[in-house]
Write a protein that binds this ligand. Structure first.
Ligand code: MN
Length: 239
């Protein structure tokens, strides 16, 4: 069987003091994404920051693009002043991943967004974010629930007639929750596909172009019940 190549937009981080090269910046991703993609039959590769021409060549070699979790997007990308509850950002990574998203759309590649990836897709489409989940609701549920990082933290209502509702044949899905920001105003063509009980947008899909679905939770950290999301992505990458 042909194995599709999935390009990942990495995150930049300064190497920790314990590293042999503590002053270096590194591009990395977490193993969970790679493991789930490999389990679904894909060949994952990490894509570096590059010129537009080189990025188009690299994305052209890929059958799909995964936009993973990571730090908060700089609020300037959605025309807001930084709120005190907003976490640290790296505008270089934001710019690179937004460029990667637009390049993948231009080349009609399927895209899976996870956590920050979902927020990034929304921002790239002109939407906005809540800079902290407590700014959305006066009675929020705990979205940064790090104790239950790999198990169900809260339920989401899955909107009918969406990619998610076809994949998970249930209107109510238990998900983990490791985010402190969330989608506020959906961007162009961003259709909301899941919401939590406090009104937080937990998933979107794009209503135009190639298959693009994005979730606010972390399916790569959950059990095999979430594998169908990666399998659906890989089917689209193969088609
Ligand atoms: Mn949540």
């Amino acid at each position: 069987m042909n194995k599709p190549v999935i390009g990942l937009g990495g995150v930049l981080e300064k190497a920790p003091p314990s590293s042999a090269f503590p002053t270096f910046r590194r591009l990395f991703t977490n193993e969970g994404y790679l493991a789930k993609l490999q389990k679904a039959g894909a060949l994952p590769i990490l894509l570096p920051i590059a010129s537009q021409a080189d990025l188009e060549c690299m994305v052209g070699l890929c059958d799909g693009i995964l936009l993973p979790g990571g730090p908060d997007i700089d609020p300037s990308f959605y025309n807001q002043e930084r709120h005190e509850l907003c976490g640290p950002s790296d505008p270089d990574v934001d710019r690179y991943q937004i460029q990667l998203f637009h390049t993948a759309r231009k080349l009609n590649k399927p895209i899976l967004g996870i956590c920050r990836g979902a927020q990034l897709i929304n921002v790239a489409q002109g939407g906005t974010l809540f800079q902290d989940y407590r700014l959305q609701s006066e009675t929020p549920i705990l979205h940064p629930d790090y104790e239950r990082w790999d198990s169900v933290s809260h339920q989401v209502e899955v909107i009918p007639h969406t990619i998610l509702s076809e994949l998970f044949s249930t209107g109510c899905l238990g998900v983990n929750s490791l985010h402190h920001q969330s989608i506020a105003k959906p961007g162009a063509d961003c259709k909301v596909t899941a919401v939590s009980s406090d009104g937080s947008i937990e998933a979107i899909e794009l209503s135009s172009g190639a298959w693009c679905t994005a979730v606010q939770w972390h399916p790569e950290a959950m059990g095999s019940g979430m594998d169908c999301l990666f399998e659906a992505f890989i089917r689209k990458a193969l088609s």
